[in-house]
Write a protein that binds this ligand. Structure first.
Ligand code: UDP
Ligand code: MG
Length: 139
């Protein structure tokens, strides 16, 4: 079961630009079922906790400031081969390198404000989903 789920967040640049609906439509049309979804704004401290894994990287401070700068839309998604297929749907971290037609190619503004998150493993998908959602918010 776990390997059929991934976790995503529509990031502040994309919610602010009014792209929540367009991005969610692409996700559903690509065959992902929305298991959980809400709109929230993180404090810088909570963003720091979520991105703890990147603590040593030079962009960590800016990443936490950016991810707490506005509302985000976290979701748990279900599909066969969810983690890998979702990374393909969103494209490379840097939108300049993202394949045409991917969510980041279409909606990301820059390598930091890059519209959307996608978990990089089944293990992180489970951890990240648990960070945002209780068992009563999954359908
Ligand atoms: N990021 C950044 N500068 C970089 C690399 C990453 O600001 O040089 C930000 C960007 O928002 C990215 C996030 O940090 O989505 C996490 O980085 P990661 O390498 O995990 O990229 P992702 O898995 O999101 O493609
Ligand atoms: Mg990552």
């Amino acid at each position: 079961m776990a390997e059929n789920r991934t976790f995503t967040m529509i990031k502040p640049d994309a919610t602010a630009a009014g792209n929540t609906g367009a991005i969610t439509k692409m996700i559903e049309e690509a065959g992902f079922r929305i298991v959980a979804m809400k709109k929230v704004q993180l404090s810088a401290e909570l963003a720091g906790k979520f991105y703890e894994i990147h603590k040593a990287r030079p962009f960590y401070g800016e990443l936490c400031a950016y991810m707490s700068s506005g509302p985000i839309v976290p979701m748990i998604l279900e599909k066969e081969n969810a983690v890998e297929d979702f990374r393909k749907l969103i494209g490379a971290t840097d939108p300049k390198k993202a394949a045409p037609g991917t969510i980041r190619a279409l909606f990301a503004k820059s390598i930091d404000a890059n519209a959307i998150h996608g978990s990089d493993s089944d293990e992180n998908a489970a951890l990240e989903g648990n960070f945002f959602f209780s068992q009563f918010e999954r359908f």
